[in-house]
Write a protein that binds this ligand. Structure first.
Ligand SMILES: Nc1ncnc2c1ncn2[C@@H]1O[C@H](COP(=O)(O)OP(=O)(O)O)[C@@H](O)[C@H]1O
Ligand SMILES: [Mg+2]
Length: 208
């Protein structure tokens, strides 16, 4: 997403952006509750996605972890829409669907280098529900840990081109290690800490 990359925004412009965000939240979840569990996260994500100084490092991506129903996917959708109304936003892909896509088509270009896409270059994107997908996915006998593969390539794209990745997951650090690292290393886990702002969204499920 084209951010305002650390540009100083006028107070008037910032207050217009705040109104836009609160309207999007109202549209998406009319009975949205702001509480101690999400208020700081929303405030920091607002600053992050508008390129302002916050608790989060603007150079890094977002890794949103927390229990089932805590509101992770909702926040991603809200900020995806926020981006879309301003510039071009970012797409959200469900990790289970990504793994199924590989099983059927054997191709992950759209999630990585995007050579066959309109822009022919990698783009910022979000992956929802990391850890929920089938591991390994099986494309006619060709087995692949799809999200491990994608996380690895997107790390390289982040290093070389600054392309951002946004993740939600119910998994804690041990589960991520078990799913995506080899038994004897922390290849993916170490890169996660380097590449992402790690955000814990606490609380019980908000599902009714
Ligand atoms: N702050 C909130 N106030 C009220 N309802 C919410 C809030 N955040 C999320 N929800 C609702 O709670 C449910 C679970 O949210 P979701 O974002 O799917 O959680 P997660 O992705 O963490 O499992 C959804 O029905 C969503 O609309
Ligand atoms: Mg979710």
């Amino acid at each position: 997403m084209a951010k305002d990359s650390e540009k100083v925004l006028s107070p008037e412009y910032i207050s217009r952006l705040r109104i836009l965000l609160s309207n999007i939240i109202k549209e998406q979840i009319p009975n949205f509750i702001y509480d101690d569990l999400n208020t700081d996260v929303i405030a920091n994500l607002f600053l992050y996605y508008t390129g302002q100084v916050s608790d989060y490092n603007l150079r890094k991506g977002i890794w949103l972890m927390g229990g089932n129903g805590a509101g992770k996917t909702s926040l991603l959708q809200i900020f995806s829409e926020f981006g879309k109304r301003r510039y071009d936003g970012f797409k959200i892909f469900d990790c289970s669907k990504v793994a199924n896509d590989y099983a059927i088509n054997g191709d992950l270009d759209v999630y990585t280098y995007n050579q066959n896409g309109y822009s022919r270059r990698a783009v910022d994107m979000a992956f929802d529900e990391l850890g929920r997908e089938t591991i390994p996915a099986n494309h006619f006998g060709q087995k692949l840990n799809v999200m491990q593969h994608i996380l690895h390539i997107r790390y390289n794209l982040w290093r070389t081109e600054g392309v951002q990745t946004y993740i939600t997951t119910n998994c804690d650090a041990d589960e991520i290690h078990a799913l995506y690292d080899s038994p004897n290393d922390r290849f993916i886990s170490d890169r996660i800490r380097e590449m992402y702002n790690i955000i814990h969204l606490g609380g019980e499920s908000r599902r009714k």
